[in-house]
Design a protein around this ligand. Structure first.
Ligand code: GLC
Length: 483
């Protein structure tokens, strides 16, 4: 093809050009909209293009950010000029360009202006800022992304989405919808779910003679040590295992995995019993303490998700604990690790009650009660949490969707094989933090927990003393709640 074709109609030309693969999906959409084509017709052109592109090359390398976004049908176009400000990911996060592209595409389709407002990187800090803004009933922001552990904390500030989006909610995992419901009100629409995963360098496992990734924490330690011993000869910054050890919400997630996978309980059980001060949990904390300065760097006790990824992504670690988003970063066209990263369940402990465990994470979209643009904000939530947008977020950013059917989509299976493979983990197999039982005191409980665990990791107290202190503090919190 040389830019000429026999078709005389602009629509025919668009179809023909799209099949050459020289037009980005964004371009096809823009031109389709300009020609006045309906959403379904543009969708047909896009899927024909996608089929021919997949036949040639399954890698979306070189595509424009947002290439896979298909605008869902039925969005309102009668709110032009309305402006929605949404607090989404943090300013330097790798998801940011995709989220901004999704906002632009929404604005083009609806005439509603959107503004990306970065949130804090740490969930703990983010909550503090949200509490200030919402506590002051500020109307500055219309939408907030909220953590799966916060519905009980922010419910009073949220528009009940059951009034407008009950049909959409019915498509999402019922357990997450239930988690997001407080006194019958839907506080946030599920957007993506998260579960802690083990990332490993498949090339290095092979090189060092390990046939499979580790099943148990002991095996992880053995493999990480052997690979680190070998690799650090040429690369002084190379480490066996990186994870999130800073005193913040992310450490609560990591430490819950250590203790639950060893049969040590879920910090606070759904019936209010505190389960931290037991031999399995103590052994799990002490085991993690021993990773520091052996298979993990000394400053892992200050690491969050991006710092772990900053060690793993350039090739300076054999194993990493992180959430699904990290995969797309390691497989970006300019990554040195394309084709060399495996993803599997985190290892388990040994002894009674040991099991694989992944902490349940994930984010929802909430419309603020104090928004002066609630109708437009609801439309944006409807868009971003639609099957179409969840699929695009999954394909381009390796996020785990909250809609079952998206996991079974052929493009998702092809491009994000690990998500489809680990679907049972995302679909209810992950371990929840005790946010339902602690309701609006969850954050105090989590702070008590991760502060002490961090002290164990830095050697300020030992596992047994730390566990006893956490137990006492959590029992006080539970007493406040009437347990
Ligand atoms: C991820 C999870 C979230 C968790 C946070 C901790 O963003 O989705 O649930 O609280 O990590 O850092």
């Amino acid at each position: 093809m040389h830019g000429h074709d026999s078709s005389s109609s602009p629509v025919g030309r668009l179809v023909a050009e799209s099949l050459t693969g020289h037009l980005s999906r964004r371009e096809i959409m823009k031109r389709g909209i300009a020609l006045g084509l309906s959403g379904p017709v543009i969708g047909m052109i896009l899927s024909a293009q996608q089929r021919s592109a997949l036949a040639q090359d399954a890698t979306p390398a070189g595509q424009e950010v947002g290439w896979s976004i298909v605008v869902p049908e039925g969005l309102r176009t009668d709110l032009p000029g309305a402006r929605v400000r949404a607090v989404l990911t943090s300013s330097a996060h790798p998801d940011r360009p995709w989220q901004e592209a999704a906002m632009r595409i929404f604005s083009e389709a609806t005439g509603i202006t959107t503004e990306f407002v970065p949130g804090e990187e740490s969930a703990t800090d983010r909550l503090a800022i949200y509490n200030q803004q919402l506590g002051a009933q500020s109307s500055d922001n219309d939408i907030y992304q909220i953590d799966v552990i916060w519905p009980g904390i922010v419910a009073q500030h949220a528009v009940d989405l059951n009034q407008s989006l009950a049909d959409l909610a019915a498509l999402h995992f019922p357990a997450i919808v239930e988690n997001n419901s407080v006194d019958g009100a839907l506080v946030g629409m599920p957007w993506y779910t998260d579960a802690g995963l083990l990332y490993y360098r498949s090339d290095l496992l092979e090189e060092y003679g390990f046939e499979n990734p580790p099943e148990t924490w002991d095996e992880l330690q053995e493999q990480a040590q052997a690979i680190q011993d070998g690799e650090s000869a040429d690369n002084a910054s190379f480490r066996g295992f990186v994870w999130q050890g800073n005193a913040y919400e992310g450490l609560t997630c990591n430490a819950l995995e250590w203790q639950f996978s060893s049969g040590g309980g879920r910090i606070i059980e759904p019936d209010g019993t505190v389960t931290v001060n037991n031999p399995q949990a103590i052994a799990a904390f002490d085991r993690a303490r021993n990773w520091v300065e052996t298979i993990s760097p000394e400053d892992v006790t200050t690491f969050n998700e991006p710092s772990s990824l900053n060690a793993f992504a350039p090739g300076n670690a054999a194993f990493m604990r992180n959430w699904p988003y990290a995969y797309s970063v390691t497989q970006a066209p300019d990554s040195p690790l394309v084709g060399m990263v495996g993803v599997t369940q985190l290892p388990m402990g040994d002894g009674e009650g040991a099991t694989h465990a992944a902490t349940l994470g994930g984010w929802q979209l909430m419309v603020s009660n104090y928004s002066q643009n609630q109708e437009a904000a609801i439309e944006f939530v409807k868009y971003l949490c639609s099957p179409e947008l969840e699929k695009a977020f999954t394909i381009e950013r390796s996020h785990s969707p909250t809609i079952s059917a998206v996991y079974d989509d052929p493009e998702v299976i092809e491009l994000q094989e690990f998500l489809a493979r680990l679907k049972p983990v995302f679909e209810g197999g992950a371990v929840a933090r005790p946010s339902t039982v602690t309701a609006d005191l969850y954050n105090s409980a989590s702070i008590a927990y991760h502060t002490r665990v961090n002290q164990i990791l830095t050697g300020q107290i030992d596992g047994a003393a730390g566990a006893a202190e956490i137990e006492a503090e959590l029992q006080d919190i539970m007493a406040e709640l009437g347990y």
